[in-house]
Design a protein around this ligand. Structure first.
Ligand code: GN1
Ligand code: MG
Length: 361
C-alpha cells in the first residue's frame, strides 16, 4: 500500500497520507479509501481504467464542469455543496490527474457518514434512490450538453453493442461460444429489439439529454443518520444520452432482491412492486420534464438496459474477461444469466409495467 500513499501524497490532502485500503465494488476503476495523519478528512483515490476511458483528461474536464454546475444549484437550494456532490482534489501542481507508468490517478473528497447498497433491502430505499436519480436528471436539465465530451463513445448504443457481440462470437478467442449457445441464441432473438431505442433517438422521437448512464443503486450515497439519499456519485459516464436508459439501468440493478451476479437463478426475480416505487419516485422528481414518448418508453428502457448489460457481460465472457473485473470463474457468465432472467420476467410483466407508468404519468 506504500505505493498508493506516495501517489496520494501528490495531491492536496490536509496532511500526509498514512493508510490506503481498497474500497467499493466497481467493475472498472480501482478505488482506495485514504486516511491522513490529521485524520479529519478521508479521501478517495482512484486509478482510472484507461483501457475503458481512453481520454482521462477530457473525462476529468467533464466531471469538473458537471460538479461545478451541480454545486451552484445545491447552494442555490440551500444544500451542502461539500456533501451533496463529488469534490475533486487537485494535485499539488494544480492538475486534475496524476499520471505515472501505472496509469492515471485522481482524488475526490470522501463524503463521510454515508453508506451504499449493493442490493435493494426494501422498497422505501429504492423509492428514495429513484428520487435521487430523478432529481439529478432535473438538476442537469439545463446543462449545456455541447460542453461535454463523450467519455465512452456509443456507450448505450445497443445496436453497436450488438455488433460487438457478434464479432466476439465470430472470433470466439477462448473457445467458449459452444458452451453458451443458449445465451447466444437469446441475444440473437432480440436483434430487432436491440435497435428500438437507438432508432427512436435517431428519428427524433426520443430527445438526447444530459444523463448519468450508470444509475446503479450503489451510485447513490445515503446519509447514515437520516437514511435519506445525499449524493449521486460515479460521474464518469455523464454525457448526452436517453432518460429512459437512466431509468432503465436503475430498474435493471435494483428491481430485484438478487445480486447482479447471483448464481442461483431461482432467486433472481423481477419485482413489480419495486418497479412501481421506483417509477413513482423518478416521475415524481422529473416526470414534468419528460415527453409523452419518453414516459411511454420507460418499460422498454428497463428491458433495454437489462438486455444490453447481459449482452455486454456475455461479450466479455467470450472475449476472455478483458473489460469487467471478475472475481471467480465464469463470473461474467453468471452476471449475463441474471440479466437475461430479468429480461424474460420483464417481458412477461410488460402490461403491468405499462400500467404502473400510466398511473404515475
Ligand atoms: C460498470 O464500474 P461500475 O461498476 O460502476 C459499467 C456499467 C455497467 C456496470 C454493471 C464504464 O459500472 O456500464 O452497467 O458495470 N461501467 C462502465 O454493473 O462500463
Ligand atoms: Mg459505479
Amino acid at each position: 500500500m506504500d505505493r498508493y500513499l506516495q501517489i496520494a501524497d501528490r495531491f492536496w490532502l490536509d496532511s500526509r497520507a498514512i493508510r490506503a485500503e481498497s474500497h467499493g465494488g466497481g467493475h472498472i476503476n480501482d478505488t482506495f479509501l485514504v486516511k491522513t495523519e490529521k485524520g479529519e478528512k478521508y479521501y478517495i483515490l482512484q486509478r482510472i481504467n484507461t483501457a475503458v476511458f481512453k481520454n482521462a483528461e477530457a473525462l476529468m474536464e467533464n466531471i469538473i464542469l458537471v460538479t461545478d454546475f451541480l454545486r451552484e444549484k445545491i447552494v442555490r437550494d440551500g444544500g451542502d455543496p461539500q456533501r451533496e456532490t463529488m469534490n475533486v482534489v487537485l494535485t499539488k501542481d494544480g492538475k486534475t490527474l496524476y499520471q505515472d507508468e501505472e496509469g492515471c490517478w485522481r482524488v475526490y473528497m470522501f463524503i463521510d457518514g454515508t453508506m451504499t447498497m449493493q442490493t435493494c433491502e426494501n422498497a422505501e430505499q429504492f423509492y428514495l434512490s429513484a428520487c435521487a436519480f430523478g432529481h439529478f436528471q432535473k438538476l442537469l436539465a439545463d446543462f449545456p450538453a455541447d460542453k461535454l465530451c463523450e467519455s465512452i463513445p456509443n456507450f448505450h448504443n445497443t445496436k453497436s453493442r450488438y455488433l460487438d457481440f457478434e464479432a466476439a462470437v465470430e472470433k470466439d478467442v477462448c473457445g467458449r461460444a459452444a458452451s453458451v449457445a443458449e445465451e447466444i441464441a437469446f441475444v440473437r432473438a432480440h436483434k430487432e429489439f436491440a435497435a428500438t431505442l437507438v432508432d427512436m433517438q435517431e428519428s427524433g422521437e426520443l430527445p438526447l439529454r444530459v444523463t448519468h448512464n450508470d444509475t446503479k443503486l450503489d451510485n447513490v450515497l445515503f446519509d447514515e443518520k437520516t437514511g435519506k439519499p445525499l449524493a449521486v456519485v460515479d460521474l464518469d459516464t455523464v454525457m448526452p444520452g436517453l432518460s429512459v436508459n437512466d431509468f432503465g439501468d436503475s430498474i435493471r440493478f435494483g428491481a430485484t432482491y438478487a445480486a447482479e451476479d447471483e448464481p442461483d437463478l431461482s432467486k433472481v426475480n423481477f419485482e413489480i412492486d419495486l418497479f412501481d416505487c421506483y417509477t413513482k419516485g423518478f416521475l415524481g422528481e422529473c416526470g414534468s420534464l419528460l415527453t409523452e414518448n419518453e414516459k411511454k418508453m420507460l418499460p422498454v428502457g428497463a428491458m433495454m438496459m437489462t438486455f444490453e448489460c447481459g449482452m455486454r457481460f456475455l461479450t466479455d465472457h467470450l472475449n476472455g474477461d478483458t473489460y469487467f473485473k471478475i472475481h471467480r470463474e465464469n463470473h461474467n457468465l453468471d452476471r449475463c444469466r441474471t440479466q437475461f432472467k430479468l429480461v424474460k420476467d420483464m417481458e412477461a410483466a410488460r402490461e403491468l409495467m405499462d400500467k404502473v407508468v400510466e398511473k404515475y404519468s
